[in-house]
Design a protein around this ligand. Sequence first.
Ligand code: C2O
Ligand code: CU
Length: 579
Amino acid sequence: MTTASLLAADLVLAILAAVGWLGGGAAAAARRRPLALGLAAVALLATLARATTVVALARVGWWFVAEKVVIAAPLSLAAVAVAGPRLLRAADDIRTVAVPLLFSGYAVSGALLVTVLHGYPVSASAGLLVVAGVVTATAVSWRLIDARPSRTVSRAAVAVAVAALLAGTGLAVAPGAAPAAPHDHAYPQARIPDEPTRRFTLTAGTTTVSVGGHDVAAWAFDAQVPGPELTATVGDVLEVTLRNRDIGRGVTLHWHGYDVPNDQDGVPGVTQSAVLPGQEFVYRFRADQAGTYWYHTHSVSDVGVRMGLYGVLVVRPGPTNGLDVSVPVHTLAGRPLPDAKVEQVAAGVPVRLRLINTDSTTHRYALAGTAFQVAAIDGYELSGATSLRDTAVLIPAGGRYDLVFTAADTPVALDVDGRRVYSTGVVSTETGGWPVLDPLTYGQPAAVPWSRFDRTFTLVLDRGLDLRGLLPRYAHTVNGAAAPDIPPQVVRRGDVVRFTIVNRSQAVHPWHLHGHHVLVLSRDRRPAAGSPLWLDSFDVRPGEVWEVAFRADNPGMWANHCHNLGHADAGMMLHLLYS
Ligand code: C2O
Ligand code: CU
């Protein structure tokens, strides 16, 4: 079983146990003997089965089971210890086991709430709050059903509940370990490099664009979605003037995957302030890295990018021959972009398809009618790229793959999620059933350039209740916290930094660190075995554990977040910091 299915199975078993105990208790209170015994049996079996899922998950990693071992296991054992013997002795009056069964139900449900609302890491306050809840609920049930607890027992119950509640809330509101990213800092000073050799102006504004023959409202650069394609050659100095005509919530330009100096990174509140209507900002950076990139607003980025504020950035190593096509895929108002394109290509022409995923979820790309190579991922060339055929690739949100082939006499076609977006003629191949390339096993491996890591950080991705803001929200969390309360990762310049990224949740999290490409070391403990993969965007799927590393060689304050921008907006964003 995969870790994701173990997590799902364990959740289902926990729900079954809770429902079994609670339902059994209610049935017993109503003197429905067979029903009560049946439901209690379900609860016992589910609890037994959970022992196997929890042990299996523990073998994958402590991150997946911490609260299950520390909180759920003792409470489940207490449930079995309290309810089990009484069930065996429930000879005449089934009603006598109602309270013990309900106690078990409260205990197991409380532990379940910790998993669903709090997740990782396990905390004493969560445990104490659950104990308070279980004691209170049991005392109330006891009064209602048996009307029997003696004064002393009730008082003791109240005392335990109050003490646990106080301790739990006390711990919950105690000042956190580390402050949030310092947002009230001076923005980095714009450095002025050499004279620009490529100048562009992009004007952001609201507009209406046509997608597949439908008019849709958009936010766009130069009134087009995607914005103009910016191209440069290695060695160029780019100067891009951003103007905002009427985007009320502000705009910026973030050069996704381009490791620019921090002051050019375009993150409002971190490297600059948002450019408001009527204002402008000039970006300038040297293009020293060839490859396929893209730019997008980072101001209210979830809405801004979705509405159309993005475009392609291509940096070529020099003059190129052949055909070079960018395919930036996006979903605008529920409709897919780009419109399908058909063009003639003469046999013998080398073709490079630059596939770009500008959405917040993964897309599947399939190139039919030709053998091809994956020449580059996230702008970095792969070594030893071998020829592939009838193989699909999955590109994470924000990611780019460059596919290359030489045109033959027969046509080729590119499908994205089964929709044809590009072709050089009629191709009737069905691409839906093709296997998917695993980039971790593609190409020629090389040794990892570092033998030791100066800093290691673990990022456990999950969901949890965030009560720190104005309104409570069910946030996407990192190590149990949501932005802006996730402690920044502070390193020193020159450090070799390793991230372990663990996905405990049921959603895919496309991880994106600004300002650096990270080298993939391993996924699920299996070392990367293909060409070195220097990525800026990679999908951490449910249950996966990725290890990546980079050298801290581009000082500043860098956003480090999930590129499902809705998740980033809902808390999944932190910062890497060094000077
Ligand atoms: Cu493409 Cu912080 O983003
Ligand atoms: Cu995410």
